[in-house]
Design a protein around this ligand. Sequence first.
Ligand SMILES: Cc1ncc(COP(=O)(O)O)c(C=O)c1O
Length: 360
Amino acid sequence: MRFSPVAEISRSALLHNLGRLRQLAPGAKIMAVVKANAYGHGLTTLARWLDDAGVNGFGMARLEEALCLRREGIGARMLLLEGVFSEEDLELAASHDLEVAIHDCQQVAILERARLSKPVRVWLKLDTGMHRLGVQPHQFEALYQRLRALENIQGEINFMTHFAVADEAENPETTRQIALFNQLTKNLPGERTLANSAGTLAWPVSHGQWVRAGLALYGGSPMIAGRPEDFDLRPVMTMKTTVLAVREHRAGDPVGYGQSWRASRDTRLAVLAMGYGDGYPRHAVSGTPVLINGKRYPLAGRVSMDMITVEIGDDPIQVGDPVVLWGDGLPVEEIAECASTIPYELLCSTTARVQYRYVD
Ligand SMILES: Cc1ncc(COP(=O)(O)O)c(C=O)c1O
């Protein structure tokens, strides 16, 4: 027997979530955000599934991610959310029909200098409040006019922005961001995209022509106060492993590094094949839930590189029994909370030694 974690990736859950996004944003096209290895789910398989299901386009952070999908034969529209940073990369983008975000004057200058084999589609990114990337309101008119003068641009100039706090349903900042975006782009031709997953779920007025959905597509809830089931989303990734040892444990005895947890009674511990070397969060606290044979048990003691320990009391658990760390039956949001992080980080943190099983 071999004990190692397996990330089970469900096609039907992905397609269900895509369907939900289509219901939630009926007038918008769906841009599937597949950066960071499709949020840890596996870039090429997920993109293939989504493409087959007729998703309208893909968004990614890095040129390599898009080129990889083009090599796989995926012909859908693709947007580089941060754009490119050299003339060579701009030519690569243009020749592979990739669309680029333009977020500052350097990128406008690159477009002005480049001698491209064919024009490229651009999305002028406006900073309406995120203050990370994006053209600032006072720069907008001048940069827009510079772009309009270029022959390197295919079709109309499109517009995008990114929300800072759309995950907070009551925060008026998102309404302010939407208003600023609408004011700057009023009466201009071109497509618009504002909404990430939170925008798609909670801010219908932000839908525009395209919504850019990442986490919700993978079945996570982007809302601070919200679980996936509130939006009828299903986890695409279920992280599974097995019990590799079961041990008697005396009251008062500690377990693991730092001896940070001690048993309050005579009990038993299950040792599970999953540690931070696989992507389980090292900062998960004692008490973090784990499912063994479908029942919840609390993590006991510190997370090691290859193992975690769980208190199971007298339950008849045996070596080889199935474990779920997050996913189906155990929301990744809950584990993220116990580790003071966010579901995005957990999903992206799966390491190379975890096996992937793609299922229907
Ligand atoms: C520019 C941009 N758009 C869309 C997304 C998708 O966000 P989410 O996963 O919250 O849907 C991201 C992810 O961070 C992003 O950076």
